[in-house]
Design a protein. Structure first.
Length: 85
């Protein structure tokens, strides 16, 4: 199941999340939030490879792990917010 990232401007900054994926971050600026999300996604991918892939509520996230593993930070940013730096 492929989900589209959501980026939301809030009064105190920005939030980034992916519906159906247990990863969400907040940042003071958009760049901060994207950097935090990139780091969080890399950590999630490592955890998924280590032990989460066998959990029923994480099995369907193989697509995300592959996306993170093959993407550099610029490509992940582009996927998250739809723009190149």
């Amino acid at each position: 199941m492929f989900s589209v990232p959501k980026v939301v401007a809030e009064a105190d900054g920005w939030s980034v999340f992916i519906p159906g994926v247990p990863v969400a971050v907040d940042g003071k600026t958009l760049d901060d939030a994207v950097a935090e999300m990139t780091a969080a996604l890399r950590e999630y991918a490592a955890d998924w490879r280590d032990h989460l892939r066998d959990a029923p509520n994480h099995r369907e996230n193989r697509w995300l792990v592959r996306l993170i593993e093959v993407g550099d930070d610029e490509r992940i940013r582009e996927w998250l917010i739809g723009e190149r730096t």
